[in-house]
Design a protein around this ligand. Structure first.
Ligand code: AMP
Ligand code: MG
Length: 417
């Protein structure tokens, strides 16, 4: 944890906290071979080098007529005779001779000698003759062999996330199995004496444990292997045992609750007993207190994120810190940051400089212009605000009050994996 030296734990800036976390992480190394389809959502662990060109042959991009550009008459119609047909998957056997053309369908291999295709819509017919209008150019409507993927030229690198496009791309090379990183294992539990589990009666003064459901949802979307450890009471022995089990079975442990003043002390002591955990007050809202570090049990260690208990704070800290850390640990390379868009805000917003705020917003298109407004009540216990919102309005650290019409940054929820 020496990488964290020099940071102010009482008002750590969000960007500093992110960087500090990043500096401590080492991606997992385990890999496995899976069927191409099962690689969806996984992280590639090998370089994909095409052993074939894609497409393998020059082929027609349109339905029309393949011909030799040198037969074209400059500035006038060209009369050709049709000598055959090429379909997708059934080539024209034979060679294109002078002043001849071959009817071709999209995807058909270009007949030998042909170097262009004229679309059927512009062609006229006169008995057996095909009349090509002036203005056609060599190479038009032809897809060249290897224009998508070139044999021998690496196309995907280890660390690339496999999405639908990558699945198709890998399939286009005929590859049936790929090496991927093993799934990251993430254990999570909620802490609190006031928590009741869904499906049980709610004792007076208790709340249902909703954090475990939002955490489940967010982790599931990231494609990690999850280990739901339930609710752990605010009791040192139970907490120690849960943390030990988690450290032995997971790469990362995510907890919620117990990091605010009052509760933090004993949790702090417990986490410190098992490893090196730092408690930070982050200059952000919501989500101020957070713990981050590493715990160990029986020679197995895991990274720990102790998120705040408030339901909105859980989601905000997860998206701003945990998500990036998990993607990085899972072996993703490249920029995984959630994009920020700058749009006008419809109303005044209160903002105190000196902390980053994540207000819940609704981005909508009004008369052709995208604008954002608040969802309403913004308390960190108002989980409804996350459900009503479709974006965070991210008000940066030094920002002061916002006036209606000012530009603000938003982070869309859609696409947040
Ligand atoms: P804590 O950080 O433990 O002090 O919790 C802060 C607030 O979040 C309290 O009002 C808790 O009741 C609430 N809270 C903590 N954990 C959960 C949970 N798992 N589900 C719903 N609310 C919670
Ligand atoms: Mg608590």
């Amino acid at each position: 944890m020496s990488c964290l030296d020099g940071y102010d734990p009482d008002a750590l800036r969000v960007d500093k906290a992110c960087a500090a976390i990043r500096a401590c992480l080492t991606p997992i190394t385990g890999i496995e071979r899976v069927a191409t389809r099962s690689a969806l959502g996984r992280v590639l662990a090998e370089e994909i080098i095409p052993t074939i060109d894609v497409p393998t042959h020059d082929n027609s991009a349109m339905d029309g007529y393949a011909l030799r550009s040198r037969d074209l008459v400059k500035g006038a119609d060209t009369w050709l005779h049709e000598i055959g047909t090429a379909l997708a998957g059934r080539k024209f056997e034979g060679e294109l001779k002078a002043r001849a053309c071959v009817r071709v369908m999209t995807g058909a291999v270009m007949p030998e000698g042909a170097d262009m295709v004229v679309v059927q819509e512009v062609v006229k017919r006169d008995e057996d003759a095909i009349i090509i209008p002036a203005g056609q150019v060599k190479g038009q409507n032809v897809r060249l062999a290897g224009e998508d993927l070139k044999k021998g030229v690496p196309v995907l690198k280890p660390g690339h996330a496999i999405g639908p496009a990558e699945l198709g791309l890998i399939a286009s090379l005929g590859i049936a199995e790929v090496m991927v990183k093993r799934r990251l294992r993430v254990a999570f539990f909620s802490t609190g004496d006031e928590l009741a589990s869904v499906g049980t009666p709610l004792p007076e003064g208790h709340v249902y444990d909703s954090n475990r459901y939002t955490l489940y949802g967010m982790l599931q979307r990231l494609g990690v292997e999850i280990l739901d450890m339930g609710v752990v009471r605010d009791d040192p022995a139970q907490l120690e045992s849960a943390l030990r089990t988690a450290a032995m079975n997971a790469d990362v442990v995510v907890t919620s609750g117990g990091v605010s003043v009052g509760e933090a002390d004993f949790i702090k002591a417990m986490m410190a007993k098992l490893g090196e955990v730092l408690f930070w007050k982050i200059a952000m809202r919501p989500g101020r207190p957070m713990a981050f570090g590493r715990i160990e049990s029986d020679g197995h260690s895991a990274f720990l994120f102790g998120l705040p208990g408030n339901p909105v704070a859980v989601m905000v800290t997860f998206h701003q810190f945990v998500r990036d850390a998990l993607l990085h640990l899972a072996g993703r390379t490249g920029d995984c940051a959630i994009p920020l868009l700058r749009v006008p805000c419809v109303a005044d917003l209160r903002k105190v400089p000196g902390r980053t705020e994540y207000q819940r917003g609704i981005l909508s298109n009004e008369e052709g212009v995208w604008r954002v407004r608040l969802t309403g009540q913004q308390g960190s216990g108002v989980l409804r605000s996350m459900s009503e919102a479709n974006c965070f309005i991210v008000l940066e650290h030094d920002r002061e009050n916002i006036k209606a019409g000012d530009l603000v940054d938003v982070q869309l929820f859609e696409g947040l994996i």
